[in-house]
Design a protein around this ligand. Structure first.
Ligand code: HEM
Length: 242
């Protein structure tokens, strides 16, 4: 006897539902195996990968390198936090002390700075690769959007970190950056005030940029990266050659 289609059946069979949850209810052994094998948490590595996905020249591992830079930045950043104080009267001296007196301090600071430059370059080149191989096309259009958010977060991390040494370069770079934001139509002055936290760059700006740099932006980036990697698995691994 044929079973009547319930509303729940219709929802779970719709293409929108299937785009998010790829497999049906685990009612048969085959469905159970499919769900476990495709679940990122229950089965971290994919069950199978395509041959071209192992070819270095297809991706140049630029996404992986971006992630590697991010990990270096988190590790060296946490170590720098043991010494850095986000105060306009102490920050610059702190940076000098980290370089001159702290064991491996100069190495940590340089690793943090060069990895930051490296991450911006790697993320940009990764985006170019994705565009060049046409990997933004369905079913990966959502992951492209996640990628654009990651690109913005990377730029914002770089921009907020630039102010923290509180040297002349930092001060004037942020003056230029926030004045550019001010020239945006309509909301420009409000955006500048939101960024600077005052009428001119000072303690309010430093603490704002510091909090964004060490808490909000890294957490947002880590969350978005988790979504990005999960989507790669769900979209059937990385795309094939054109
Ligand atoms: C923090 C930044 C980012 C990280 C850590 C990251 C990481 C990754 C990794 C590890 C891959 C697997 C393939 C590979 O290594 O190339 C990948 C693929 C992908 N990424 Fe990113 N990504 C980032 C930013 C971006 C940006 C800016 C875009 C585009 C605007 C983007 C779009 C994509 C797409 C569409 C794929 C699938 C490519 C394919 O199937 O060939 N990602 N990403």
């Amino acid at each position: 006897m044929r079973r009547e289609h319930t509303i729940a059946d219709r929802v779970t069979n719709s293409s929108l539902w299937r785009a998010v949850v790829r497999h049906g209810y685990p009612d048969t052994e085959r469905n159970q195996a499919l769900i476990i094998a495709s679940n990122v948490f229950l089965h971290l590595h994919p069950v199978k990968i395509k041959r071209y996905a192992t070819k270095v020249t297809y991706t140049f591992c630029l996404g992986g390198l971006s992630f590697f830079m991010f990990l270096i930045l988190v590790m060296t950043g946490v170590l720098l936090m043991f010494y850095y104080v986000p105060s306009t009267t102490q920050a610059y001296q702190n940076m000098q002390d980290i370089e001159a007196s702290v064991t491996f301090g100069q190495l940590m600071r340089n690793m943090h700075r060069y990895a930051a430059h490296g991450m911006v370059i790697a993320v940009f080149l990764h985006m170019c690769r994705v565009f060049y191989t046409g990997s933004y096309k369905p079913p990966r259009e959502f992951n492209w959007v996640v990628g654009v958010i990651l690109l913005f977060l990377t730029f914002l991390l770089s921009f907020t970190g630039y102010l923290l040494p509180w040297d002349q370069l930092a001060f004037w770079a942020i003056t230029v950056g926030t004045t550019m934001a001010e020239s945006a139509p309509l909301l420009g002055p409000k955006i500048r005030f939101l960024l600077v936290g005052d009428n001119e760059i000072g303690q309010a700006t430093l603490i704002r940029f510091y909090t964004l740099h060490v808490i909000f932006l890294p957490l947002a980036a880590a969350l978005m990266m988790a979504v990005h990697f999960w989507r790669i698995r769900k979209d059937g691994g990385i795309s094939g050659p054109l």
